[in-house]
Design a protein around this ligand. Structure first.
Ligand SMILES: Cc1cc2nc3c(=O)[nH]c(=O)nc-3n(C[C@H](O)[C@H](O)[C@H](O)COP(=O)(O)OP(=O)(O)OC[C@H]3O[C@@H](n4cnc5c(N)ncnc54)[C@H](O)[C@@H]3O)c2cc1C
Length: 435
């Protein structure tokens, strides 16, 4: 038997497309070696945001000196870990059930080898396909200086950190990207001394400088020690990390958050790659093998769950209806600290004199004063009176950005934006004051 479509990977990229193909009555099969929901549900977006929610609660209570039962299990990592795991398991099973309801065939095992029109599973079954989609995601990158310590009991990646049931005595986070900063915020909120080591000139270098400054203020208030522009020379079994300056950073635990590498099954296809090892795809997400496509993190276009899901939907419509794939979609980037940071479109650091940048502080909002949320800024970037970028650090940034993303995606002019009525009193109102 030959399958119309085989998908490898049950994360946000793989689930959507296989369900859609099956709904159309096509013969489909999906492989998942771990749990449905992929990195996002099991060891990424969902557990981290659950953890950050509790960090926000405890930060609010502590900073307002509100008495709370410190011995309540609600504030113990063990309770949080178990609650999160139970929730994830339920959601993962729901995804699996949805696929079964759509008549997708499921194999919960690894694809061990891949060839032009067949694959071999870890149970040695040979399966033929017409089309194959690689939605295999990524795994944590371990820098060579940390090789050898990565399997020690107190050294973690995102794959193991959410199993921790007791707060570490201290934590060094190697990597000041989104994952590193979010986890620093989490541990520091519970009073764990945290150091971030970032090799680039700043943490979160993707974002505009004014937003980075705000986040740094928040982290510093939580006593996070931020070391930037310094390289790790080596690390030893005692978890001492030596930097290029000679400084030694020592802590009881280490979290490695230094980026991710593409997960590509063994194969005889010689698939083209881009420079950092991600699969090279053309404008239709097709790899250098014409019946094999790659979507989501594995193609390295954008390492975000919402991009993976969008690529999945777009490829589905392209393959089934020949609908054109759009690559000009605006993708929001968010850091879920409290306050949070959110960004879409052109950044101020990429502008020149043709652009107009408008900024306003959260302290302009009456409601923000009453809710003690005055810390933050909203910024919009216009070109020829058309909105081309929006950036926020402040309360609810992760929600407000959706509206601004639509405005940027649809290239709305000031005249159109002025017709919008935003409810009062909301944080989104700040947007109206910027044009
Ligand atoms: C700590 C952390 C926090 C994150 N937070 C966010 C966030 O807040 N927002 C956001 O948008 N993104 C976030 N991300 C990124 C997000 O998780 C990914 O962008 C998203 O999961 C990518 O989806 P995907 O389907 O491409 O790959 P994945 O979700 O990685 O799924 C790939 C699946 O393929 C399976 N697989 C791989 N190889 C094989 C094989 N040979 N055989 C069978 N199965 C295989 C894997 O087991 C996995 O389940 C976060 C990531 C991490 C690590």
């Amino acid at each position: 038997m030959i399958y119309d479509l085989v998908v490898i990977g049950g994360g946000p990229a793989g689930n959507e497309i296989v369900a859609f193909f099956a709904k159309k009555g096509l013969k489909t099969l999906i492989f998942e070696q771990k749990a449905f929901g992929g990195t996002c549900l099991n060891v990424g977006c969902i557990p981290s945001k659950g953890y950050l929610h509790r960090a926000k609660l405890i930060s609010e209570l502590s900073s307002n000196k509100i008495a709370f039962a410190k011995d309540s299990s609600y504030f113990f990592l063990e309770d949080l870990q178990k609650f999160t795991q139970r929730t994830i398991n339920r959601m993962s099973l729901a995804i699996e059930k949805r696929l079964m309801d759509r008549n997708v065939e499921i194999k919960k095992e690894k694809v061990a080898f891949l060839s032009k029109d067949y694959l071999i599973s870890s149970s040695k079954e040979k399966i033929f396909f017409k089309k194959l989609i690689l939605a295999t995601g990524t795994f944590p990158r371990i820098p060579e200086q940390l090789l050898g310590i990565e399997s020690l009991p107190n050294v973690f990646t995102n794959e193991s950190i959410f199993n921790l049931q007791k707060m570490p005595e201290s934590m060094t986070i190697v990597g000041g990207g989104v994952i590193g900063v979010e986890m620093a915020y989490f541990f520091a909120s519970f009073g764990v001394p945290v150091t971030i080591i970032e090799g680039m000139s700043t943490i979160l270098s993707f974002f505009d400088n004014d937003l980075i400054l705000e986040i740094k203020k928040i982290l510093k208030r939580k006593k996070v020690n931020i070391i930037e522009n310094e390289k790790i020379i080596q690390a030893n079994q005692q978890l001492e990390i030596k930097l290029n300056t000679g400084e030694i950073v020592k802590s009881q635990s280490i979290l490695i958050a230094t980026g991710r590498l593409a997960n590509i099954p063994d194969n005889d296809l010689n698939l083209d790659k881009i420079s950092n090892g991600y699969l090279k795809v053309n404008e239709c997400f097709q790899t250098s093998q014409d019946n094999i496509y790659a979507i989501g993190d594995v193609n390295g276009i954008s390492l975000l769950a919402h991009s993976a899901a969008d690529q999945s939907k777009q490829l589905c419509h392209y393959l089934l209806e020949n609908r054109k794939i759009e690559h000009d979609r605006v993708v929001p980037s968010i850091v879920y600290t409290s306050p949070s940071l959110a960004s879409v479109g052109i950044r101020e650091k990429d502008t020149n004199e043709e652009y107009v940048v408008k900024k306003l502080s959260y302290s302009w909002l009456g409601r923000a004063h009453l809710e003690k949320e005055t810390e933050g800024i909203m910024k919009i970037i216009f070109k020829d009176d058309i909105i081309v970028g929006a950036h926020i650090v402040g309360a609810y940034a992760e929600e407000i950005i959706a509206m601004m993303g639509l405005a940027v995606q649809e290239k709305m002019s000031k005249d159109i934006l002025r017709r919008l009525i935003i409810a009062h009193p909301t944080y989104s109102e700040l947007f109206m004051e910027l044009f």
